[in-house]
Design a protein around this ligand. Structure first.
Ligand code: TRP
Length: 328
């Protein structure tokens, strides 16, 4: 069975975009892959995060993984910070990556834009080498990520290939998997911008733990054009296309069929249907989340997951240290 690995940072609140763009994919793929899904909490501190908030979001993320349908029997779920081998390998990879490469990372450029050098952490800069370690530590075959992370997976491939050439075959070269329909879920108020958990405008973003009725209201208030036709056309009709994507992804109805189903409806009717689907989805998810967070399940799953993750990672780091000359 091929191996799949991915992780999410426990920063900001998880949004519908995180679910449709990432978690749903992990859930759908877990039966076909040996899956490793972790909480990227080391990546969370590349910018300052309040301790209590970080702790809460870390637990919440695990509970949400489970509530969304990740099956801890078959999927290894763990905290990045509980496996020290990630930082061990991260350092070795930093020493096999170049400043020129890291300078080309568009996420770093975006996040450091207009900031003083004294306000950008070194961790933010070397973020991609730690991410590379997360991936190749487990010999992952596939890495489902959002389009914004594709460049990081490409860098991972380059570093792994370079290492293999220098020190002998050690790492598998991973493939990024970017889902097509749910590549991007956009802001409801500004549908050319990604729906983001750090978005200032709260009306544009639906979070997984928010009140379902409030979420339905946001759908009803979503910005659309004045053409009043339910047609998927992201370029000319980004608002309505975004709602079609959301509806299609939550109901597993193909986009063409959604267009067909609502071909005689106006925007009001369609929005109502989307709002209903979204609020039902949130209601069900939150019931499961409540049950999980109030039980001992999160710790149980993490204890089991970290054991397996450490075992695999330990063997890989030992091999790396030996190849590099870091043993006796
Ligand atoms: N950088 C990813 C994000 O922001 C999170 C992440 C960290 C990750 N390590 C990873 C994703 C390894 C996939 C594989 O979404």
């Amino acid at each position: 069975m091929k191996r799949l690995l991915s992780g999410i940072k426990p920063t900001g609140e998880l949004t519908l975009g995180n679910y449709l763009g990432a978690i749903k994919q992990f859930v759908d793929m877990q039966k076909d892959y040996e899956s490793f899904i972790f909480v990227a909490n080391l990546h969370a501190i590349t910018v300052y995060n309040d301790k209590e908030e970080l702790l809460k979001r870390t637990r919440d993320l695990v509970a949400i993984y489970l509530a969304c349908g990740l099956d801890a029997e078959n999927t290894t779920i763990f905290l990045q910070s509980e496996n020290n081998y990630h930082t061990n390998l991260g350092w070795v990879l930093e020493c096999n990556a170049y400043v020129g490469e890291l300078n080309r990372m568009t996420q770093f450029k975006d996040k450091s834009k207009n900031k003083s050098e004294n306000a950008i952490t070194c961790g933010l800069y070397t973020y991609p080498t730690l991410m590379a370690a997360d991936i190749i530590l487990y010999d992952a075959d596939v890495v489902p990520v959002g389009i914004d992370q594709k460049q990081h997976v490409e860098l991972t491939r380059n570093i792994a290939e370079r290492f293999n050439k220098r020190y002998g075959q050690t790492f598998k070269i991973p493939e990024p998997i970017i889902s097509e329909i749910t590549q991007k879920i956009y802001d409801l108020q500004n549908p050319t911008k990604k729906m983001s958990k750090t978005e200032e405008n709260p009306k544009g973003c639906i979070t997984l733990l928010e009140n379902p009725a409030a979420a339905a209201k946001k759908i009803m208030g979503a910005v659309t054009d004045s053409d009043n036709k339910i047609k998927y056309d992201p370029e000319n009709k980004p608002g309505i296309s975004n709602l079609i994507t959301i509806y299609s992804a939550l109901t597993n109805v193909p986009i063409k069929d959604v267009e067909n189903k609502f071909k005689d409806s106006n925007y009001g009717t369609f929005k109502k249907a989307v709002a209903e689907v979204v609020s039902q989805f949130l209601t069900d998810l939150q019931a499961k989340y409540q049950e999980i967070i109030n039980s001992g399940k999160v710790d149980e799953v993490l204890d089991k997951g970290i054991k397996k993750a450490r075992e695999i990672a330990q063997a890989k780091v030992k091999e790396v240290y030996e190849k590099v000359g870091l043993s006796r």
